[in-house]
Design a protein around this ligand. Structure first.
Ligand code: SF4
Length: 86
């Protein structure tokens, strides 16, 4: 999560949930999975758990502290999940 992002169409990212489950062959080259798995097992890294689905309770109220409007990319690291269908 960041107030600065290189994604051109948004001003910030906010990821209260990270991770996903591969659901089809279309996931074979998933950018988010590849990125997150690089850090699996790295102590204290935000992706220490790799791309396993994880809720971050301490991030849920973060937008309440933002004073200025901004365009936010929510859950940029979970584009789709079978969990979101439940
Ligand atoms: S984010 Fe999308 S492409 Fe990546 S594993 Fe999940 S469903 Fe597949």
């Amino acid at each position: 999560m960041s107030d600065k992002t290189s994604i051109e169409w948004t001003n910030a990212t906010w990821n209260p949930v990270t991770g996903c489950t591969q659901v089809s062959p279309g996931c074979d080259h998933c950018y988010a999975l590849t990125f997150a798995e690089r850090f699996r097992g790295v102590p204290n890294h935000p992706y220490q758990q790799g791309f396993d689905l994880k809720l971050w309770p301490d991030r849920l109220e973060l937008p309440l502290s933002w004073k200025k409007p901004r365009r936010i990319f929510v859950n940029s690291m979970i584009l789709y999940s079978k969990y979101s269908q439940q």
